[in-house]
Design a protein around this ligand. Sequence first.
Ligand code: GTP
Ligand code: MG
Length: 411
Amino acid sequence: MKERVLLGIVDFKERNPWPLHQTGYEMEELVKACNGQVAGKVMCPAHPPEASTLIHKGKVQELAGLVTALEANMVIFSSELKGRQQRELEEALGVRVLDRTQLILDIFARRATSLEGKLQVELAQLEYRLPRLSGNYEGLSRQGGGIGTSGPGETKLETDRRRIEQRVDKIKKELVEVTRSRQVKRKKRQGRYVPLISLVGYTNAGKSTLLNTITDAEAVTKDGLFTTLDSLARQCNLPNRQKVVFSDTVGFMHDLPHNLIEAFKATLEEVQSADLLLHVLDVSNPEYLNFKISVDSVLEQIGALNKPTILVLNKIDLVADKGLIVDAHRKFENTVEISASAKFNIGALLSLVEDFLAEQVAEINVVLPMARMDLVRLAHTEGDVILEEYGADGIHLHARVPAHRAELFQQ
Ligand SMILES: Nc1nc2c(ncn2[C@@H]2O[C@H](COP(=O)(O)OP(=O)(O)OP(=O)(O)O)[C@@H](O)[C@H]2O)c(=O)[nH]1
Ligand SMILES: [Mg+2]
């Protein structure tokens, strides 16, 4: 059975982090991503931050009336709730109350498939719950398969802070192990110096679609939020036959729960170690400039904002006003407009990628003295060897190596 959700869109007036209609739209999309059904949407003016309740009494009464009239079995607020606020609202409304953070965590819990992803989400959920635990509050039943119940089950242990803390410690240790084994795999790949290109961007921008268009990956694409959670990497050849790896990543969103970003930092190492980022932007959405700001803010939090980046203006098949593209080119550096699904202008994007990589990868074609096997080994471990032949005059080596290594071979 689908949950029927009444949405409370909290209006902070001039303190709103984001246009309110976009918040409302995104909240609806988040509910859909959880398989829920939006029964109604109510704007709720917020109290000043120092007030103990989030919204005023009259509004709570109005919501209670709507819960009955619309047969909603859950109310979800667009801003984060303190433990006490959530309990008071549940008592007043008689149905379960969640906030945006719990909703996002729930989506991640549903979508996580890898062991690492599952652990990361469980960690974020437990850390969200810890400061909100309360000794004697039973709360409304969290049994069944509804929104907010995915992930670690809510048992008696939930009220036992110490046991949750132990679980948090255990997950952290397990994550160190899982992350280490993934890093070993990545090192092996990097050992051959195949440049890594990471696709980043707001959720639903078209990253997975672009990965599929460029490589022959079969990444899942869908109109909806947070379709991709685990990163997926695919090797392919650029038109100039250079080998590269493209990797798809989890989509970003504005105001992502902080402990979720923390938990996903290990996965996002792919982004940190990338040679080049393709920042995919859905320019058919009027909020695209805000999307870019949000994505840049997450990139900054994971220390990847200064990476070489190509801004990929996607979904231009849906953009009627071409002035918008001209504008974006003027505003930002290194932009290229494409349509990932209609496969438009992909050639231009790839040639831009080649230009970027050319600055980081050098192609060498040299004859080395027989005594310099160390350089041949270096070319194998850090580079991509195209030809290796042993002649009377020495070792003929044709390879691509990291630009900063090229000089060693030229001497
Ligand atoms: N019209 C149009 N639709 C596109 C284009 N690129 C992607 N889409 C659609 O946009 C939706 C989202 O695409 P995805 O590739 O799943 O987006 P994503 O960035 O991977 O999203 P998350 O994994 O949720 O972060 C899908 O319905 C795609 O078919 C495009 O160039 N034009
Ligand atoms: Mg995706």
